[in-house]
Design a protein around this ligand. Sequence first.
Ligand code: FMN
Length: 186
Amino acid sequence: MSNFFVRLLSSMFAFSLIMSGSSVASAATSDTLVVYFSATGNTRAMATTISSALGADRYEIVPLEPYSEEDLNYHNESCRANSEQKDPALRPKLKALDADLTRYKTVILAYPLWWAEEPRIIDTFVESYDFSGKTVVPVCTSGGSGIEKSIENIKKNIRGKPSFKDGNRFSSHVTADEFKSWYDSL
Ligand SMILES: Cc1cc2nc3c(=O)[nH]c(=O)nc-3n(C[C@H](O)[C@H](O)[C@H](O)COP(=O)(O)O)c2cc1C
């Protein structure tokens, strides 16, 4: 084989090593986790946009007992979601307790608003893990209500007294650029 081909092959090999090394490194060095709960898909869409905008990892809060359409029918006063929201002490069970928060400095906590508050399962989550030393950024989707009351509740309930950055309500159609410019302004 000529010298030229030997050099070409070795530089291609080195290039592929660098490429695979850098993608592994960026996944392993992300210090931001997007934790989200979504019952009908809107917050999931927002969380997906946020994690790609920031190159952040994502963790879904999954209830042990999934919410059916009837559970979420807020026109029915006694539907499951309404009953849960009426009781601030209620804590729906999580399907798993396997979020590894230790690797992350910042947790972006994403949820829908139910009766202008966080779904109670968000309280289950923030009481189940130790957030000491972390920064929490609450974000929500909603039909129009603001995030304020939910932040107040989460601050009361969260374990480990993390610091908070101002939260915000977003449309589930928020773009990566819109989110990034808000996030960079915090
Ligand atoms: C039980 C229930 C209560 C809700 N209450 C409110 C509310 O008080 N204000 C509001 O703007 N939207 C409210 N919504 C609408 C949701 O916040 C909105 O559709 C959200 O984007 C749903 O997110 P998800 O698809 O991730 O579950 C409520 C929805 C449900 C199911």
